[in-house]
Design a protein around this ligand. Sequence first.
Ligand code: PLP
Length: 385
Amino acid sequence: MSDSAAAGGIGRDAGDGTRAVRAGLPEPVKYEPTLPGPVFAAHFHLPGEATGPYKYGRDENPTWTHLENAIGELEAPGQDGVETLVFASGMAAISSVLFSQLRAGDVAVLPDDGYQVLPLLREQLTAFGIEVRTAPTGGDAQFDLLDGAKLLWMETPSNPGLDVCDVRRLAEAAHARGALVAVDNTLASPLGQRPLELGADFAVASGTKQLTGHGDVLLGYVAGTDASAMAAIRRWRKVVGAIPGPMEAWLAHRSIATLQLRVDRQNATALTLAQALRERADVTGLRYPGLPDDPSYKIASQQMRRYGCVVSFTLPTRTRAERFLDALRLVDDATSFGGVRSTAERRGRWGGDAVPEGFVRLSVGAEDPEDLVADVLRALDESAR
Ligand code: PLP
């Protein structure tokens, strides 16, 4: 049992805000802080036998332990047998699952519309003799590729297209064929979606985004239920050394205390903004999974608890999108998403996503909704002139 579970702080029925502020806190110790500070240690005192929880700083660290307990409590409240591991970045977490689980000759089914680094992973997996099959997220198109697969990877909602697939349905089909199932939960955050409850073996995410939410930390994690798979992932982390620094881990844990406040504010404003954008003739291809007429809405409303803070849409041309981004005052032209300060970018500038030149991904922050919506509408008007 984890320290925090032993502390008995959070019941299964606690609300998300309560869970977020208390997640991962150790048993109180008189005169010690509620959330212990970062432990900066390359090694720990280790006389005699090399056993015990803390031996060497690449293998384990008490600051990670608290954070791993916190993330586990959010991803799978009250669920037994869930192990969580933190990593240096989302990509480190993703790679750890793929490269620890797959061998030459195995088949992996990936989305073809997910995070733009997935094609690079595909290249690397193929170089190692792993067959990679891809299909779009929408319409559960990965379903048809599952025969003979060792691992199914879903990213739902997908970044940046915001398509959603039916995790329960795909996980059942994959398990029936003996495949492991991983879901990239970055966009939803653990308060928006619980992949392990939906049947996945691994919930994997970039904690760089909404989980930490301040744009100042790179972090990743894997939460999983399969003990031997998690042991292999732990070993992979040790072999590759893809570990977060104690300061990053502590900042992440501190930030999680406000997760519910941030997520609720940002998601509510994202819906308001999407509704305002729907009224604009110059905005096409508007996507937000929380809009009742969005193609993702039906499945999203069945499996998600919140719809995320990202809205995407297309402006008529590349120049128009660039002028729009320049005209924004409350939204930074920057990549990434999920932070308390709104960001937006013309996604086509990276060249990795199959999107129109005028496609904009906008991540809604924690600004006052009326200020943000006014800023976006003003920038749209100004950029049209
Ligand atoms: N997964 C998704 C859906 C992402 O959008 C990103 C980054 O944008 C990652 C994973 C990778 O995360 P990181 O940048 O923390 O490595």
